[in-house]
Design a protein around this ligand. Structure first.
Ligand SMILES: O=P(O)(O)OC[C@H]1O[C@H](OP(=O)(O)OP(=O)(O)O)[C@H](O)[C@@H]1O
Ligand code: HPA
Ligand SMILES: [Mg+2]
Length: 179
């Protein structure tokens, strides 16, 4: 698996430091608010589980599975719900937890959906923001890393369902796509 990685972008330690920083900030901003953290499956699962353990406040969690990539490295632009929330968001302070914001299609869709469902507030925490990938102008409120315009894997992020279990984030070598 490791031989498919051209370059390590963020080490385990880099990621840990960023997750601690984001967790501390969220703990301050959501003190006493009992927010609902929504993990966007599957990519955000690793980040979500680490993040919530850095927050010393009551939080609730739920999961939503939406997909626009399938097995490709380019977004289809069309977002589908594969698994909906179990919890009502009406009147709740929700925090969407994303591993990466790339084209913005997933986030745009989710923000629209949750506002239709009358969440009291909607904020986004994204481990990574790939601003160069954006085709729809959406912004995350809390960002871990600004990433370059490359396809990254590891720490939850996949290529064709692989590499999610790498403990660091890296750039995939081209040989992986080209055969
Ligand atoms: O800004 P966008 O261009 O919409 O890209 C970001 C989204 O794409 C990836 O999910 P994907 O649809 O690949 O599903 P996965 O998390 O199950 O891999 C990633 O985890 C984000 O949710
Ligand atoms: O760079 C990426 N890597 C993995 N999944 C993704 N989904 C959007 N962008 C990416
Ligand atoms: Mg994916």
């Amino acid at each position: 698996m490791q031989e498919d990685i051209k370059k390590v972008l963020y080490s385990q330690e880099d990621i840990h430091n960023v997750v601690v920083r984001l967790g501390k900030q969220l703990a301050v901003d959501y003190a006493g608010k009992n927010p609902l953290f929504i993990c966007v499956l599957k990519g955000a699962i690793v980040f979500m589980t680490d993040l919530i353990r850095q927050i010393d406040e009551f939080v609730e969690i739920d999961f939503m599975d939406v997909s626009s990539y399938g097995n490709a490295t380019v977004s289809s632009g069309e977002v589908k719900i594969l698994k909906d929330l179990d919890t009502s968001v009406q009147g709740r302070d929700v925090v969407i937890v994303e591993d990466i914001v790339d084209t913005g299609a997933t986030l745009h869709y989710l923000i629209k959906l949750l506002s239709t469902r009358q969440a009291a507030s909607i904020k986004v925490v994204a481990l990574m923001d790939k601003q160069a990938g954006r085709t729809i102008p959406v912004k995350a409120d809390y960002v871990g890393f600004d990433v370059p315009n490359e396809f990254v894997v590891g720490y939850g992020l996949d290529y064709a369902e692989r590499y999610r279990n790498l403990p660091y984030i890296g750039v995939l070598d081209e040989h992986v796509y080209t055969h």
